[in-house]
Write a protein that binds this ligand. Structure first.
Ligand code: 7UC
Ligand code: FE
Length: 294
């Protein structure tokens, strides 16, 4: 298996000749190591059926099904489908997912280690993903903000981005909201942590899911600090020109693996509504989210 060095502009590692059928345990160790080190790895020219794509997930870590079945592929609950395609009157998955800054499952007790993203149908242009490396975002903070956020805790909830399901039609909103709070109660994680593999110190908060910061004693640090850190990290820049933001677009056959601790992402959907579909598998790696705060 060949691994191409990251391109000069951004650290993106490409594997041109990955073959699931012949990949060894050593190959997978190396792929995991490169995801941690380079944060994004792209397997080129892949043609995997759903069971094989699921197998890829099992070989990388422990795949976890998304908690909402409306996203599941009909052939496997481990495959999350983002799609605006009408399959003969039947739709699969959910259209236009993830078009906001977040880390996958940041609102759940165990956020995923890796996201494995596999576009199935790409529009002629305009489908990609924006990323922010949260270690870089931490290093780029002004010293004053860095000092204020160090040792803080972030509260995360899906409440603003939970999609109304077909079965929710005609339900009173208060009942849906109460259900969201009960099924997916807020999760609290350090707002700054050290990556459990690389040891790199990084931010951990997002515009979509993080709604509160407190000190170690649970005292609110105020909305202003959260807004300031979101702004300085690049998450409020709707022109996407902030120095922390980089964009990936995709070629047919790409399978994109990223470190879901170290990166936050935001889907870039073609506004024209051309048919678009992607699959993803998300896996745990058996490690804590971060090393204990130092
Ligand atoms: O519909 C979506 O954008 C899904 C989002 C709320 N959650 C993705 C995740 O894995 O956290
Ligand atoms: Fe996502």
């Amino acid at each position: 298996m060949q691994i191409a060095s990251p391109a000069a502009d951004r650290q993106v590692t490409e594997i041109p000749d990955f073959e699931l059928a012949t990949a060894t345990v050593v190959d997978f160790d190396e792929i995991r190591e490169r995801i941690y080190r380079d944060k994004i790895v792209v397997l080129k020219n892949q043609d995997l059926a759903v069971p094989e794509f699921v197998e890829l997930g099992h070989r990388l870590g422990e795949p976890v099904p998304y908690y909402e079945p409306i996203y599941h592929h009909p052939d496997s609950p481990l495959v999350f489908v983002s799609s605006n395609i009408d399959h003969e009157g039947e739709r699969i998955g959910v259209p236009k997912t993830g078009a906001f800054w977040h880390a996958d499952y940041q609102f759940m007790p165990k956020p995923f280690a890796f996201t494995v993203f596999y576009p199935q149908k790409l529009p002629s242009r305009g489908r990609g993903t924006y990323f922010i490396d949260m270690a870089e975002a931490y290093r780029n903070l002004s010293p004053d903000l860095r000092e204020q956020i160090d040792g803080a805790y972030g509260y995360h909830s899906v409440r603003r981005y939970m999609k109304i399901r077909p079965g929710d039609v005609y339900r009173p909103l208060h009942e849906v909201i109460a259900e969201v709070e009960q099924r997916t109660p807020p999760q609290v994680f350090p707002a700054v942590g050290n990556h459990p593999v690389t040891g790199e110190r990084q931010l951990y908060l997002s515009e979509a899911f993080t709604y509160r910061l407190t000190d170690a004693n649970g005292r609110s640090l105020g909305d202003e600090l959260l807004r300031a850190v979101l702004a300085e990290s690049g998450q409020l820049d709707n022109s996407y020109k902030h120095r922390n933001i980089f964009t990936r677009t995709y070629d047919p056959g790409d399978i994109v693996l990223w470190d879901n601790r170290a990166l936050i992402h935001r889907a870039l959907h073609n506004p024209s509504g051309e048919p678009t579909e992607s699959y993803r598998v998300t896996v745990l790696d058996g490690r804590p989210l971060f090393e204990e705060n130092r």
